[in-house]
Ligand binder design. Structure first.
Ligand code: HEC
Ligand code: HEC
Ligand code: HEC
Ligand code: HEC
Ligand code: HEC
Length: 183
């Protein structure tokens, strides 16, 4: 009797956990694993400077397209160059945090920060930001926590073919091979 009770409690807990994690992300991810354990859906990336997105977007109230200025009208979103950082980090007056001081060094030397690309599709895939942004799809659907963390993180549970196709089918966008693959 006691054993059966424990088992039913266990089942209820598992169902609850699954439901909660299922609703954590706006888009259903294909792998059940990521649905149950969303914590594994992103990984930290060691960039030359540990850029803090949330500080710049929330504390300073900067829009994504203040820095990624091509996202609304062009294929690529674009990374900001050092000139833009220089507007605020030319000296240590704005911030004396160790990571910010690294930016000051690059700015004073007039060198670009050698960012590692976190999101890059293979060459044979065609992808445009503007078409998705104009259809009202939020950056976070595809980039999850990347724009909302205090250090660089990359989502590993999305941006693969079956995932793109899944939304295309739901939203009536093209599923034709040539829509996403050039010859
Ligand atoms: C103050 C400028 C700034 C703002 C504002 C900003 N970003 Fe960034 N973003 C960067 C820099 C610098 C990098 C490169 C460092 C890194 O990877 O964290 C980056 C990297 C990224 C990347 C990874 C690019 C790649 O493939 O390597 C994504 C995705 C991204 N940002 C999304 C966003 C989103 C979404 C927002 C708005 C919520 C946003 N960013 C706001 C400066 C900014
Ligand atoms: C509009 C002004 C502005 C721009 C543009 C700007 N920053 Fe900042 N940045 C700030 C402020 C303000 C802080 C926070 C100061 C503090 O809390 O010490 C900051 C903090 C930082 C930090 C330290 C964050 C931490 O928590 O350790 C880094 C790294 C940084 N910025 C990198 C960059 C890079 C790279 C760029 C260019 C892509 C950039 N910033 C562009 C204003 C700016
Ligand atoms: C439909 C999914 C999707 C949406 C929505 C989306 N992105 Fe992306 N993003 C991607 C993919 C896929 C890549 C890799 C592109 C490549 O390699 O051609 C990427 C690459 C990037 C990069 C790397 C640099 C570059 O230009 O390729 C940045 C920065 C970025 N996105 C920012 C944003 C911002 C900011 C928004 C919201 C305004 C946004 N993205 C909306 C899927 C998306
Ligand atoms: C959240 C939904 C969603 C996701 C995820 C998504 N797309 Fe789209 N995509 C759309 C919508 C909506 C359109 C616009 C269809 C239209 O024009 O009616 C579109 C259009 C496109 C087009 C232009 C199609 C044409 O008819 O010429 C390409 C190419 C494309 N997406 C590639 C991708 C790739 C590659 C990925 C994965 C990295 C992706 N999309 C992920 C919703 C999505
Ligand atoms: C909505 C966009 C989209 C459509 C439509 C699409 N693909 Fe893809 N395809 C992708 C993306 C994105 C990748 C890269 C996957 C990755 O890096 O994980 C890819 C990768 C591939 C690969 C390489 C697979 C691998 O594992 O390396 C093949 C082969 C392929 N697609 C064939 C097709 C065929 C055949 C069709 C038509 C039935 C098709 N694709 C339709 C987006 C699409």
């Amino acid at each position: 009797m006691k054993k059966r009770f424990a088992i039913s409690i266990g089942i209820v807990l598992v169902v609850l956990l699954t439901l909660v994690s299922y609703h954590r992300f706006p888009v259903q991810t294909k792998g059940a694993f990521f649905t149950v354990f969303p914590i594994f859906a992103w990984v930290s990336v060691d960039q030359p400077v540990l850029f803090n997105h949330i500080r710049h977007t929330e504390a300073l109230n900067l829009n994504c397209n203040f820095c990624h200025r091509y996202a609304e009208k062009h294929r690529s979103a674009g990374l900001p160059n050092i000139e833009l950082c220089k507007a605020c980090h030319a000296t240590d007056a704005m911030s004396k945090k160790p990571e910010a001081l690294k930016v000051v060094k690059y700015a004073q030397a007039g060198e670009e920060i050698p960012w590692k690309k976190m999101y890059e599709l293979p060459k044979f895939v065609v992808f445009s930001h503007w078409i998705h942004v104009q259809k009202g799809i939020d950056c976070s659907v595809c980039h999850g926590l990347t724009g909302n963390k205090e250090r660089p993180v990359k989502m590993v549970d999305r941006n693969y073919m079956a995932w793109c196709m899944d939304c295309h089918q739901k939203r009536g966008a093209s599923s034709d091979c040539y829509a996403c693959h050039s010859s």
